[in-house]
Design a protein around this ligand. Sequence first.
Ligand code: IPE
Ligand code: IPE
Ligand code: MG
Length: 245
Amino acid sequence: MTTSPNNYVPRHIGIVMDGNGRWAKARHRPRSFGHNAGRKAVREVVEGCLRHGVQALTLFAFSSENWQRPEEEVGALLDLFVRALDKEVDELHGNGVRLRFIGDLDAFEKPLQRRMLEAMRRTAGNDKLHMNIAVNYGGRWDIVQAARKAAMAVARGDLAIEAIDEAAFDRWTSLSEVPPLDLFIRTGGDRRVSNFLLWQLAYAELYFTDTLWPDFNQISLQHAINDFARRERRFGRTGDQVAQA
Ligand code: IPE
Ligand code: IPE
Ligand code: MG
């Protein structure tokens, strides 16, 4: 059944961290309790990625659609980001993690923006793991902002229209300079992408698990990586071609 396992650790893992609300509900606690509990899962995944030598990890923390949630929940999430930034950056930095926030950061209040920029600046020289946190992020937004940058370069006269190809376009997206997305994971049981990394998903392997995000740990990550390692990635070729290569 597994003809040609690809035998390698994903270079870049993207995760839709879903299921916090249901996890809290099952415990008769407010949804924010679940978001808070999700922090442990983030630590577990970072540790797991460092251990396996995964080069990049992109986490979906707040989508451009999540503003539609009750004001109280949005407020609790933003508070959580501030507290997490104040508490976790030292350790991430100590572990050689480069932190980046992707998304339309202008929508956040200035103190939160400052904390994000400061964390990015401080960890910019690190190279063990490139950790990207998607906040006020949407895959369509990312494609549109890249298209705008391309259009601006053309309008300035710095770029010929013919020079816009896939590789050039990729450089304007939020995750340029990050290895290709190999593995997409979504926790919480739903099988959808919810406007996460649309451009980068082109050839990612998809992995869905019913585990709710606060319960996700290093063993869960190991399961996902093992599953990935059994996939035959053909990229349009035939299985025989892949076996010969
Ligand atoms: C994911 O968990 C976290 C965010 C979207 C911020 P949810 O809050 O969506 O949890 P469920 O899906 O309602 O259980
Ligand atoms: C996706 O989860 C966004 C994040 C995990 C941050 P949602 O819970 O918002 O997705 P939908 O609404 O179920 O598609
Ligand atoms: Mg959800």
